[in-house]
Design a binder for this molecule. Sequence first.
Ligand SMILES: Nc1nc2c(c(=O)[nH]1)N[C@H]1C(S)=C(S)[C@@H](COP(=O)(O)OP(=O)(O)OC[C@H]3O[C@@H](n4cnc5c(=O)[nH]c(N)nc54)[C@H](O)[C@@H]3O)O[C@H]1N2
Ligand SMILES: Nc1nc2c(c(=O)[nH]1)N[C@H]1C(S)=C(S)[C@@H](COP(=O)(O)OP(=O)(O)OC[C@H]3O[C@@H](n4cnc5c(=O)[nH]c(N)nc54)[C@H](O)[C@@H]3O)O[C@H]1N2
Ligand SMILES: [Mo]
Length: 769
Amino acid sequence: MAKSRRLSPNLKVERYDAPAGGWGSVRSLARSLARSHVPFSGSRVLLKQNKPDGFACVSCAWAKPADPRVFEFCENGAKATTWEITQKRVTPGFFDHHPVSELDSWDDHQLEAAGRLTHPMRFDAASDRYLPVSWNEAFAEIGRELRELTPDSAVFYTSGRASLETSFMYGLLARAYGTNNLPDSSNMCHETSSVALPESIGVPVGTCTLDDFAKTDCLFFFGQNVGTSSPRMLHQLQEAVKRDVPIITFNPLRERGLIEFTNPQAPGEMLSGAATPISSQYHQVRTGGDTAAMMGIAKALLQLEEASPVGGSVIDWDFIKEHGHGWDDWSTAVKACSWSGIEDRSGLTRGALEAAAHVYAQKNSVMFIYGMGLTQHRKGVETVQTMVNLALMRGNVGRPGAGICPVRGHSNVQGQRTVGITEKPGMVPADKIKALFGIDVPQKKGLTTVEACKGIIDGSVRAVIQLGGNLVRSVPEHRLVVPAWRKLRLTVQILTKLNRSALVHGEVSYILPCLGRTEIDLQETGQQAVAVEDSTGCMHGSRGQARPASPDLLSEPRIVAELAKATVSGRTTISWDAWVADYARIRDAIASTYPDIFHDFNERMWKPGGFHRPIAARQRSWRTKTGKANFIVPSSLVTDIDTPPEARDVVQLITLRSNGQFNTTIYNYDDRFRGIYGSRLVVLMHRNDIERWGLKEGVTVTLATAVDDGVDRQVSGLRVVAYDIPEGCIASYFPECNPLLPLWHHEEKAKTPAAKSIPVRVKAEAAAV
Ligand SMILES: Nc1nc2c(c(=O)[nH]1)N[C@H]1C(S)=C(S)[C@@H](COP(=O)(O)OP(=O)(O)OC[C@H]3O[C@@H](n4cnc5c(=O)[nH]c(N)nc54)[C@H](O)[C@@H]3O)O[C@H]1N2
Ligand SMILES: Nc1nc2c(c(=O)[nH]1)N[C@H]1C(S)=C(S)[C@@H](COP(=O)(O)OP(=O)(O)OC[C@H]3O[C@@H](n4cnc5c(=O)[nH]c(N)nc54)[C@H](O)[C@@H]3O)O[C@H]1N2
Ligand SMILES: [Mo]
């Protein structure tokens, strides 16, 4: 195949065989500084990123070390910062020039690239424009509107970026108002882990910290695209590889960051072009085939154990006896699984899985890292639990260098759950909240994100408040959600940048622009700081460094406090103004509510490397129903349960993120690591599949969801790109493909949309080029 192919005037595809990191990432960073019109002073702000005295990156949630590098950020973190500190502005004058119906024709990139919002705005139907409004008027009307609704018809969404302080207040606001309708981005992301892990090991989060990377003997890596989604982790992986730690990867796509890496911050490596190979084994599993692959590895382990001259050299019997529950059922199920079934479902050979098991059996301390490739499936909970079983077989939870490591998405998504953003009332200490703040936590379960969408479609939800996020793009089922969204009575977007969710608006609609985390937040008692929790359960302080984008912006804590005063005044004992004057008081309140995790919060948040929350499973204390670590048997190897087995022309669509995006924020149209430039409207297919359907690389196709429920779901104009992906699997980008995702096609228990296996048919378009 030619190294570089032009498939249309704006689409170029090439084989990208440079390492992740390296000069490519330096060039890309320089371009994003220039595009956002960020002068060199912007790079001074970057030096404070992820530093103990600086701000926590607004991009991913990866851990921040106690002894940071000079540049403790990656290409994508830097992009996120420059995107936020851009010099471009969306002022009231901008809205005057552009009616809402015109803006609605702009694409996601154009909307956010227009710059930072500067002023609170209210939609005016007569002129089809957003008009400036005073903050006081905005809060008063939103409060009035909310008070007129029944509490359960309002939804308080938050994207995982808002700080611990803001999130805590937001939870209290919703509960004082009378609802647990507090869905967050986690509902589309790692909710699968939050359901799977408590049943298996009694904690809702991972058990690994950064220290474990320095002590581990082997890493298993499932369905996480480290080079794009959490690039700073590449440093830990590189260090591990240099200690000869094998990395065994399962991913349908050969992702660059999992193949090789050049540390852009190591001059020697940059000059010599030396790259560190990352994965020692790379298994291109079929999408949804991980449960089968894990069963295969487990089966091979049992066989190795049986064949070993000294019993117990492979299976950790002492651990299982003392800590395990359900071994007999598990080992029986593993033995009952046929190799042919495993090979068929995983798309991997017995030999390949035995090779993985062979390495695993020889290594002492092993970590299991994973991302959306496991969580966004119909049976994702079972897959995560099967992976935990694999860890438990060799006692790999609760000792140094070993454990379970879900890689979280948004920079504080894990922390939001920790301080009460959840639709499940049982997850918050109701008695404390009553005693401390005079709020009765409603006992009715609230709506998840998927349930909120259902409510929007059926009309039972009347108001959506979004603290960050862009639900109109990030949720499934656009064809039904978007028109229903327009019928909402009230939509409020607390945002830094303009996005589609502000344009597809309700009858009464507000844009409330806020400070970003990189910005200096001045309140009555001086400059304020906030805190976030990273993927490893570590809390960090964060102090903004950049001048606010506009003098009219309010901080998120202030906006939430004002909304609370306008909506639930007299229903709590909280002195909202005092909290806003000094965020340390909010942290004291968090510490009183969750003392085990947050005692002495204000002092400890500045500890280099942050402070850890206690995670019982790390100490081998199992807060499960059995009091043990549970081997939970998956119900079946079949994960694509919405695809009839006889449907030969149906393929499984994986929706991907590119290297040029952060969720619905599209920085540019390139996906450098996958060698795709200039367009996101592509579909990656195996050569044999292209041939089978009589297509050619470069033609345009329509994808249609292959389910029969009366809803027509199609996305057109996608150009076929030949790609190294298993046959029967195709890939395209999120959010462009979200119209294909049925709302009910979600993880069975966790309700996480199954965005990594959407059954679709590929249809050639008549006017193909
Ligand atoms: N630059 C950047 N960083 C981000 C984000 C972003 O959009 N851009 N988003 C943030 C957020 S909110 C999140 S949740 C994380 C997401 O980060 P990831 O967890 O990396 O999620 P995805 O990028 O969606 O892709 C997951 C990977 O799973 C693979 N995969 C797909 N199906 C399967 C499968 O069935 N099995 C296996 N084993 N692998 C599979 C895909 O090929 C892909 O490499 O990143 C965060 N960081
Ligand atoms: N098909 C498919 N769908 C998916 C996924 C997938 O892999 N495939 N991934 C899912 C996942 S993992 C996630 S997490 C969701 C994400 O979904 P969301 O949480 O809905 O979306 P984001 O794109 O993260 O939100 C971006 C918006 O947040 C606003 N924003 C940015 N910074 C700030 C800030 O500091 N404060 C405030 N208040 N606002 C800010 C900006 O205006 C920006 O437009 O999407 C999910 N949807
Ligand atoms: Mo996410």
